[in-house]
Design a protein around this ligand. Structure first.
Ligand code: LLP
Length: 429
């Protein structure tokens, strides 16, 4: 069985773009991240069209945290994307990738005053997450009359794992619903011009109900702020969270129905509160890049212990999601794509921790040393969450466009392990 929608098979081999994954592994070594440029563009256009065909004043702010490779940011820049930046580093990266400040929304949390200063200097839109940040922003020079936005907590909990639920009573994010009017009023009193409202409820959501509920709640909050204190919203930002199927039996989000329902609700709420027609922002991360990338890793050890293991040449330092969230990533054998699955096996990484598993009891073809595995859907929260744990340099990342390949992140070397380190001279005797 082969499960994927962005890959082809030729001569029993996995093909990415128009290139054999086995050739890529030979040429660039493993572990290797391989991202397909066309797939990113397709994803962008699919989501953009689904929303904008029903509400043209739509901006998609790519949630850069999913994948900050400059080349990926550039591809999305050329499609017309905006950016959702979570840190000064992401603002810097977006500017470097060619996004103008008016296309960048900075949604930090627990931000320092220095970070607010940086965001203010760069001219990006600042979306505030607390009253504390508002008060501190007001102490920064040249912020009088500044246009700002607030993140609210619409009290909807959704997401694939407890760690990824960002709405509801336990969440650290956003302003409480019953404080919204007061906070927007305070912003006006401090001389700001509030023009936006934002919410984001969680990540990897495959049903439309939580989104509908969040949009409804946020629109009621925005409507109240508009009617009670006259805030005119230029944009309303509903965050990201649009899920993708990771498991073979998972269904894709039904985009047509989903976007029709969301936009109908949006329009009816705008009308109900007489709010005009502000821009609609959304912040997809995973949806744009998740299924556009695979992680190639080679089996180096087959071990029959109390269980059967296939040991590969990377670990949770390279792809953390299975270990951190118990996330499922489908794995195919890139050099024997048509082999039937015959046995259950654990696919284990090379990090010195027992939790370093890419799959437990996974039904796979009979694996052999030297096989090339492709871990699918490794485009979002994969390279960006990689580390050098166990003193293993991070892998290379290549971008494929049909038959063209470019290294977009070189493989790190041992010397990269010591970047910025210093040994006190007294220890060098
Ligand atoms: N907007 C905000 C404010 C966010 O915090 C996030 C993700 C997004 C948009 C994009 O969400 P997406 O469309 O990608 O679901 N590391 C986790 C995911 C953490 C998501 C954090 N925030 C994972 O690997 O599943």
């Amino acid at each position: 069985m082969v499960y994927d929608f962005n890959t082809k098979i030729e001569n029993d081999h996995l093909i990415i773009g128009d290139i054999d994954a086995n050739d890529l592994a030979k040429e660039y070594g493993t572990p290797l991240y391989v991202i397909d440029e066309e797939k990113i563009r397709d994803n962008y256009n699919k989501l953009y069209t689904a929303f904008s065909s029903k509400y043209p004043d739509l901006h998609m702010c790519y949630a850069a945290k999913a994948n900050t490779s400059l080349a990926v940011m550039k591809v999305l820049e050329s499609e017309g994307s905006y950016i959702d930046a979570v840190s000064p580093g992401e603002i810097y990266t977006a500017l470097l990738a060619g996004y103008s400040p008016d296309r960048i929304v900075f949604t930090g949390n627990n931000v320092t005053t220095e970070e607010l200063e940086y965001a203010n200097e760069t001219g990006v839109t600042i979306n505030l997450d607390s009253i504390s940040a508002l008060e501190r922003l007001s102490t920064i020079e040249n912020t009088k009359g500044k246009e700002i936005s607030f993140r609210v907590n619409p009290m909807v909990e959704a997401g694939h794992h407890e760690h990824c639920i960002t709405g509801g009573p336990k969440s650290k994010f956003g302003i409480k619903e019953d404080e919204a009017v007061e906070v927007y009023q305070r912003a006006i009193d401090l001389g700001f011009k509030p023009i936006g409202m934002h919410s984001h409820i969680g990540s990897e959501i495959l049903e439309s109900e939580p989104f509908m509920l969040a949009v409804e709640t946020m629109m009621d909050i925005a409507g109240k702020v508009h009617q009670e204190i006259g805030v005119d919203f230029k944009f309303l930002d509903f965050g990201g969270g649009f899920g993708i199927p990771y498991e073979p039996e998972e269904e894709e989000l039904d985009l047509e129905t989903f976007t029709s329902d969301i936009i109908a609700l949006y329009k009816s709420k705008l009308e109900e509160y007489d709010m005009g027609s502000p821009s609609m922002y959304i912040e997809p991360g995973r949806f744009l890049v998740g299924n556009s990338e695979v992680l190639l890793t080679r089996v180096n050890t087959i071990k029959q212990s109390y269980r059967k293991f296939a040991g590969v040449d990377c670990g949770f330092n390279t792809l953390l999601r299975p270990t951190m969230y118990g996330s499922y990533h489908h794995i195919v054998v890139a050099n024997r794509m048509n082999d039937e699955p015959v046995e259950k096996i654990d696919v284990a990484g090379n990090v010195c921790e027992s939790g370093d598993l890419f799959a437990r009891d996974r039904l796979m073809p009979e694996l052999e040393e030297g096989d090339l595995l492709a871990i699918l859907n490794a485009g979002a929260y994969a390279y960006t969450m990689a580390s050098q744990y166990n003193s293993r340099p991070r892998p290379a990342e290549v971008m494929v466009n049909k038959e063209e390949v470019d290294v977009i992140r070189r493989r790190e070397s041992f010397s990269d392990l010591f970047n910025g380190q210093h040994v006190p001279t007294r220890l060098l005797k």
